[in-house]
Design a binder for this molecule. Structure first.
Ligand code: 13P
Length: 249
């Protein structure tokens, strides 16, 4: 059985006291689904979040990391630094990193390697922009993003990878991919994996959808056979909304 996962990407939101109060609200919520639940606060609040959630089933994950182990990379954070504060999972390849910080597939391949060498789990994000979707190139774009950053890995590495399809045109816009559009792309992604690594890897891969998932659309999106959960932005900043999504399975 593939894991169902709902991960909240807080992006650059919530200072320390806001982080503490949102976490205390989250810990008061009742989970009725079997999904793994994760939250990704900003770097400065990871340790506090980890301490506060240590006894719970909510995992604290990071939004990004550098590929180097340490050294002269001012402003950056390494995998071992994340691990030292209790973080074992990292989001890589988010479209905002690609767009605003010029992260390329080649750079992401290095980050993927560094995370795996440090025994970290990765939520690897990718997705097409609106122009690609309009010109019908979405599958080509997604295939090349996956191939360029991940297809140098061996099959065993995929045990530590979760994929997150996030069409850029649906992020923070209130415009969601229809459940059918999500399903079609997720099935395509699974087929792409199967072609390269075989059916076992493909069938065991959790593929999350991200892009304006809200309490009122999560159930329908998660009901699709190849959608194994969600990567949630805006709605993850509200405890009621986030848990409504967690419990939408
Ligand atoms: P929204 O849910 O705000 O559209 O953000 C999605 C996202 O980028 C999660 O990583």
């Amino acid at each position: 059985m593939r894991k169902q996962i709902v991960a909240g990407n807080w992006k650059m939101n919530n200072d320390l006291s806001q982080t503490e109060s949102l976490i205390s609200e989250l810990t008061n919520k009742k989970q009725t689904s079997n999904a793994e639940v994760m939250i990704a606060p900003t770097f400065t609040n990871l340790y506090k979040a980890f301490e506060a959630l240590r006894e719970t089933s909510i995992e604290v994950i990071a939004q990004n990391m550098h590929f180097a182990e340490n050294g002269a990379y001012t402003g950056e954070i390494s995998a071992s630094m994340l691990k030292s504060v209790g973080v074992n999972t990292v989001i890589l390849g988010h479209s905002e990193r690609r767009e605003y910080f010029n992260e390329t597939d080649e750079l992401l391949a290095k980050k993927v390697d560094a995370a795996l060498e440090n025994q970290m789990r990765i939520i690897f994000c990718f997705g097409e922009v609106l122009a690609d979707r309009k010109s019908g190139n979405q599958e080509k774009v997604v295939e090349s993003q996956i191939k360029n950053a991940l297809f140098h890995l061996d099959a065993a590495a995929f045990k530590n990878i979760v994929l997150a399809y996030e069409p850029v045109w649906a992020i923070g816009t209130g415009e969601t991919a229809s459940p059918e559009q999500a399903q079609d792309m997720h099935a395509f992604i699974r087929k792409t994996l199967a072609n390269k690594y075989g059916k076992d890897v493909a069938n065991n891969m959790s593929i999350l959808y991200g892009g304006s998932v809200k309490p009122n659309n999560a159930k329908e999106i998660f009901s699709k056979p190849d959608v194994d959960g969600g990567l949630i932005g805006g709605a993850a900043l509200n405890a009621d909304d986030f848990f409504a999504i967690v419990n939408a399975f």
